[in-house]
Ligand binder design. Sequence first.
Ligand code: B16
Ligand code: MG
Length: 219
Amino acid sequence: DIKGVVFDLDGVITDTARFHAQAWHALATELGVKWDDELASGLKGLSRMDSLELILKHGGIEAKYNDEEKQRYATEKNTNYKHLIQQLTPDDIYPGMKEFLNELKDGGYKMSLASASKNAPTILEHLELTDYFKKIVDPASLHRGKPDPEIFIKAAELIDLKPEECLGLEDAVAGIAGINAAHETSVGIGDSDVLTEADMVFSNTKNVTLENIKTNMEK
Ligand code: B16
Ligand code: MG
C-alpha cells in the first residue's frame, strides 16, 4: 500500500524548469554551444555540474575547460537563475498541486522532497510551501545524481518508509529512471511520449489526485 509521496520540485510543483532552461540557454550561447530541444530535455533533473558537463559535451568541447573554469560557469548560471526565481509567488504553484498536497496531508500520507536543487528551500519559501516539506533530501549529501536512485531511496528513508510504499513524482526522464530503480511507483508529469518509462503520466497537474493515481495503479 502507498503510504508516502516523494516529490521532485522543478517541473512538478512549479515551472522552475523554464528558468533553469533560460539560464542554461544563456550560458550555452556564451560558450558557443547550440541550444536545441534534445539538450533542453536532457538537462532536466541533472545536478548543476552534470548539466554543465552535458552542455559542453553537446557542443563537443568537453575537454576545453579546467575544473576551476567549470566552477565559474556553473556559478554564473546559478547567479542568473537565482535572480529569475525571485519573482516566484504562490500563484506559480502548478494547477491542482496545492490541493494534492492538502489531500495527502489530510489523508495522513508522508511527504518528502527529492529535488537535486540546492535552491529548493528558497523556492519553497517563495511558494509558501515550506510547512509541507519537513523532510528534504540534502542534494549536497548525494554521491550520485539522477538518474541514480540514491536521492529517491534517501527520500523514502527520511519518512521511514520502504520504497515500495512510496510514489515518486517527476518531470524528467532522468528522474523517472531513478524512481524506477529505487522500486517506487513512478508518476510522470509531462509528455507520455517523452516519459515512456513512467508507471503513469499526467500531462496536466490538475489531474494529479489520489483517486486518479489509484485508478492508474490498478491498470
Ligand atoms: P540547482 P529537480 C533539478 O531540480 C533541476 O531539474 C535541474 O535542472 C537543476 O540543474 C538541478 O535541480 C540542480 O539545481 O542548480 O538549483 O542546485 O528537478 O530535481 O527539483
Ligand atoms: Mg524536475
